[in-house]
Design a protein around this ligand. Structure first.
Ligand code: RIB
Length: 301
């Protein structure tokens, strides 16, 4: 079983379902409202834990009922929460999500997710050093991402940086991560002057671009590879990218090559979007048993 550390956001998702998105100044009547667990960091941690990795979470919640429930949910998913701290000066992070026809739009309020400190990272150094891989996303302050990536780079620890939501990041940081996993629109913000193919060629076996139903692309050093998605009817795409990242991390630390790890990520993501909520459909390894992938590729590793 591989060991992963995830540094990232812990949030509550407030999810409204509706038949359309309201125009500016318009009020519409929605069809449902639910509160679910989210945060890109927590989602990726839970995706990996359900697929069998031993996961440590580093993050921060507010001293409120949401924060307490977020920690209980992590524990229920077998995640080590020793390094999740609670702060009193900010509320727990939240995401305000509208789902229309299975697709989401999100307003993220960082709250306590912005309070992660360098001290927290340093005090979890043992866990980080024992990890096969460390994951981070853009719902954590860039200053902390820099510190974390540098620390892992110096020690030769593999990293996945999922640059979501998109913001420009320094090239020096990109050089130091093992895998960078933007979606297409995040890619365009990161690399406004490079076509997809140019970017993948510049960062072979590092830059992995997720393109929804069009599949996942990377360059293996000699050619561009497209790994097709499993085409399914989505109920809710929220957390698809997180499930992909968590599953990719599990497969890659289990020794599978990049292309096969992407296929595993795609399979997990396809299952996850068939249920409601970011974490609602994330599969367990048991649920994958019987699938072609599990029988032919997972058992062969
Ligand atoms: O990637 C999906 C997640 O991003 C949601 O769970 C929500 O918390 C948002 O920030």
């Amino acid at each position: 079983m591989s060991k992963l550390t995830v540094v990232g956001s812990l949030s509550t998702d407030f999810v409204v379902s509706a038949e359309k998105r309201p125009e500016v100044g318009e009020t519409i009547i929605g069809t449902d409202f639910k509160t679910t667990f989210g945060g890109k960091g927590a989602n990726q941690a839970i995706a990996a834990a359900r697929l069998g990795s031993q996961v440590t979470m580093i993050g921060t919640v507010g001293a409120d009922v949401f924060g307490q429930e977020i920690i209980v949910n992590l524990k229920n998913n077998r995640i080590d929460t020793t390094n999740v701290e609670s702060v009193t000066h900010l509320p727990s992070g939240s995401a305000h999500i509208t789902v229309v026809d299975g697709d989401n739009s999100i307003v993220y309020i960082p709250g306590a997710n912005n309070a992660v400190t360098e001290e927290q990272i340093v005090s979890a150094l043992n866990e980080i050093e024992e990890s096969d891989l460390v994951m981070v996303q853009n719902e954590t302050p860039l200053e902390i991402i820099n510190i974390l990536v540098e620390l892992c780079f110096q020690r030769g620890i593999k990293t996945i940086y999922n640059p979501a939501p998109a913001k420009p990041i320094p090239e020096e940081l990109i050089e130091k991560v093992t895998f960078l996993t933007p979606n297409e629109s995040e890619y365009n913000i990161l690399f406004p002057n490079l076509s997809l193919s140019e970017g993948m060629k510049k960062y072979p076996n590092k830059l992995i671009i997720t393109m929804g139903s069009k599949g996942v692309y990377f360059n293996n050093g000699s050619k561009e590879i497209q790994v097709p998605s499993y085409l399914v009817e989505p109920v809710d795409t929220t957390g698809a990218g997180d499930t992909f990242n968590g599953a990719f991390a599990v497969a890659s630390t289990a020794g599978l090559d990049i292309e096969t790890s992407i296929r595993f990520g795609n399979l997990a993501a396809a299952l996850s979007i068939q249920k409601f909520g970011a974490q609602g459909g994330m599969p367990t390894l048991d649920e994958l048993k019987g699938s072609d992938f599990y029988e032919k590729e997972w058992n062969l590793k």
